[in-house]
Design a binder for this molecule. Structure first.
Ligand SMILES: Nc1ncnc2c1ncn2[C@@H]1O[C@H](COP(=O)(O)OP(=O)(O)OP(=O)(O)O)[C@@H](O)[C@H]1O
Ligand SMILES: [Mg+2]
Length: 714
């Protein structure tokens, strides 16, 4: 079917034609026939790269232009949200405005409503709903991308609840749920009152194979020889494609493994670069060295990148990850070794995907477990994206002991595991029960049962079991005085309401409350507050104590024991050990505010820059929450301490530099340089002539001018 025939407006037809899209892909046609443009709710399950985003754009256009209603686009990850934000923003030319919000949970999000399309992460939308924004009532279309994540242990419950609430709002809104990997489409469709649309069709043929000694066996019966080298099977298989002019994406199960694969492969890819590619790779390498702080990790990355390979994982600085993605897309990098987070919905070229490890560490059961079919499909689907390659291949490297053919059969023939609700998780039930009561004005158990009765959980385990789980959550929330009851109605206390708005786990809220209450006036609690947030269930990423950290952790705890908050001073050995377990996170945060360089955090504590930045963002939010609760419990001294600490964490500085870092363009490094040169306060800066400031190390004329402008406004 051509776009014109689908009654798509002419300007949109032109818009897509300019991108080389004029004919609809079969799953797109099927979705349109099922009523996508007539406002019907759909669950679309079609393979990776089969063009689900186009459906989202078409439906959004219609909703905004013809019905004057808003569109909410939900993405599970920030990177994916940014990619979709860019795609929707192209519709600005039609007068359709797009906005994005992926953080800052305590802000209301009211102003987002100025846009027509609002792109959010699932968590941010949950927080926006808790703030009861007024624009919610004008939403006419919810798009849930990568909806299989509803079955994810940690992130699933939030997605499940926001979709349930969207249904429950009574908006008569359309819902478009998208995924490449759902096998129980009918169940999902029934839950979401939607029509299932399912078609196993790919724009670019994908061949799946498995490595077996010195050849690849493909499902279509073909065999391909792979010359064996000392580099190992994953690299041998990946290089086969690189030598033919393609690019390879290698998935590894740990960061260390990704680094080692890329480092080894670089020796080979450097011989495959054309002069232009070599130039581009060196440019990428230089950009890595000149952006962000230099660490042994960034030096290694730069070295590998110059040779046409790269590794990609969450320990890298965001900016370095972006450089790697950009240059890989531009084909200057031939081989990318990544951890599986990269697999989630992002468009990257790969003629061949190599899955180097079919097992993954499983914290729940301890030890390695085989990956799921769903995970395999997500990774395999990165091969052969239509805008980059005309065919794709995925090759599994099986564990040495496993018979190859069986492996291939299992992963390519079995359907992905059905999506199972994870909402029964206690912490999820507590949070969402609290949020529901806190946004209502008097909620009965029947109200709760009616809402939770519409969840996927209720469909899968029954209303009775779901009712028992909310009962249990209510018990906790009443016991800890986050909720109170009058007659047969539940209300949130001021404390409960604040916890819900701050978007913290009720358990975190209770920990914060109990600790600040015991704080004594006139004492300093820097390490104690860092420990409090690091020990809370909301802190991530956690840095678990390694055996080599014990001595350092015990010494740290001893030195800082006067700063610990009373509740956490250890009485028994078990208590002491529990406190110690969080000490690596505490030491990392403490090192950060003591102005340790990223290299020091890496060499002393093994904390990688990407993780440190995430921990800092997270600590910023938790310290804000701690300060807000201290305010509520009338502990002004703790409010002040939490606020100062938050500013120190945000910039990574000692207390004496906090004032200087309020200036735009002055981070931890420049603030230290200014301070050392004798400019210690904003007043010092105001009095100093610009040319003297310009002489300070790392400052220079441009920055000096910029900071002078700011102080003269004070
Ligand atoms: N009808 C079409 N004709 C040509 N190209 C198309 C068509 N529809 C979509 N495409 C292109 O296909 C590519 C992949 O589409 P998209 O990102 O929407 O995949 P997806 O189905 O969301 O996959 P995933 O499950 O991996 O997220 C995009 O570059 C898009 O421009
Ligand atoms: Mg997609």
């Amino acid at each position: 079917m051509r776009l014109e025939e689908a009654s798509v407006p002419e300007e949109l037809v032109q818009f897509f034609r300019a991108k080389g899209i004029s004919e609809l892909y079969p799953p797109q046609e099927q979705a349109i026939r099922a009523g996508l443009l007539d406002g019907k709710s759909l669950v679309v399950a079609s393979p990776t790269a089969s063009g689900k985003t186009l459906l989202a754009l078409l439906a959004a256009y219609r909703k905004v232009k013809e019905q004057r209603r808003k569109v909410v686009y939900l993405a599970p990850l920030r990177a994916l949200a940014s990619e979709k934000y860019a795609e929707f923003s192209e519709m600005t030319r039609f007068g359709i405005y797009t906005n994005i919000s992926t953080g800052d949970y305590d802000s209301s999000g009211e102003s987002l409503g100025r846009a027509d399309v609002i792109v959010l992460t699932n968590e941010r939308f949950d927080s926006v709903m808790r703030h009861r924004v007024s624009w919610l009532n004008s939403v006419g279309l919810f798009i849930a991308d990568e909806v299989h994540l509803a079955g994810n242990d940690s992130r699933g419950p939030t997605l499940e609840m926001i979709l349930t609430k969207a249904l429950h709002l009574g908006l008569d809104a359309q819902l478009l749920a998208l995924s490449a990997t759902i096998s129980n489409v009918r169940t999902l469709a029934e839950w979401l009152h939607a029509i299932p649309v399912e078609l196993d069709w790919r724009p670019v043929p994908l061949r799946e194979g498995v490595y077996d000694y010195n050849r690849i066996l493909f499902t279509d019966g073909e065999e391909r020889q792979v010359p064996r080298s000392t580099y190992g099977a994953p690299i041998d298989v990946a290089m086969g494609t690189v030598k033919e002019g393609g690019q390879a994406l290698v998935f590894a199960n740990t960061r260390r493994r990704a680094v080692s694969l890329a480092t080894k492969a670089a020796e080979l890819t450097q011989r495959q670069l054309s002069p232009e590619e070599k130039k581009a790779a060196s440019e990428a390498s230089r950009r890595i060295l000149t952006s962000g702080e230099e660490t042994s990790l960034s030096r290694l990355l730069a070295e590998v990148v110059a040779k046409g390979s790269a590794f990609h994982h969450a320990g890298l600085e965001a900016e370095h990850r972006r450089i790697v993605e950009d240059y890989y897309r531009a084909r200057a990098l031939k081989l990318l070794a990544a951890t599986p987070t990269l697999a989630a919905g992002i468009n990257l070229p790969a003629r061949r995907v190599v899955i180097a490890d079919m097992t993954r560490y499983d914290a729940e059961h301890g030890g390695n477990a085989e990956i799921s079919v769903l995970e395999y499909r997500q990774m395999a689907g990165r091969a052969g994206r239509p805008q980059y390659d005309d065919h794709g291949e995925t090759v599994i490297i099986p564990p040495q002991s496993a018979p190859s053919a069986d492996f291939l059969e299992h992963y390519t023939k079995e359907p992905p595991e059905p999506i199972q609700s994870r909402l029964s998780d206690e912490s999820a039930m507590r949070s969402h029960t609290l949020a529901t009561v806190a946004t209502g004005s008097g909620t009965s158990k029947a109200d709760l049962d009616s809402l939770f009765g519409k969840t996927l959980l209720a469909m899968q385990v029954g209303a009775k079991e779901t009712g028992r789980l909310t009962e249990k959550a209510l018990g906790y929330l009443l016991g800890e005085r986050l909720l109170e009851s009058h007659g047969n109605l539940f209300y949130a206390t001021e404390f409960g309401r604040r916890v819900s708005m701050l978007y913290i786990d009720p358990v975190t809220g209770v920990m914060f409350r109990d600790s600040v209450r015991h704080a004594e006036p006139g004492r300093k609690y820097t390490a104690g507050m860092l420990h409090l947030i690091a020990a809370s269930p909301d802190f991530e990423p956690k840095f678990p104590l390694r055996s080599k950290d014990y001595d350092q952790a015990m010494a740290f705890l001893e030195e800082h024991s006067p700063e610990m908050l009373e509740r956490h001073t250890s009485r028994t050995f078990a208590d002491y050990d529990r406190v110690l377990q969080d000490m690596r996170s505490v030491m990392a945060l403490h090192g950060w505010i003591d102005e340790w360089r990223e290299e020091q955090l890496l060499s002393r504590l093994g904390v990688e820059p990407g993780d440190m930045h995430r921990a800092v963002d997270n600590a910023d939010w938790l310290l804000h929450s701690l300060g807000e609760l201290a305010k509520l419990f009338k502990m002004p001294e703790m409010v002040r301490q939490a606020e100062t600490l938050r500013m120190r964490v945000a910039s990574g500085v000692s207390e004496e530099l906090v004032e200087l870092t309020t200036l735009q363009g002055v981070g931890r490094v420049r603030a230290r340089a200014l301070y050392t040169a004798g400019f210690r306060t904003l007043e010092d800066i105001e009095e100093a002539p610009a040319d003297r400031l310009a002489l300070v190390d790392k400052v220079g004329a441009a920055v000096a001018k910029k900071i002078k402008e700011q102080v003269s406004k004070h």
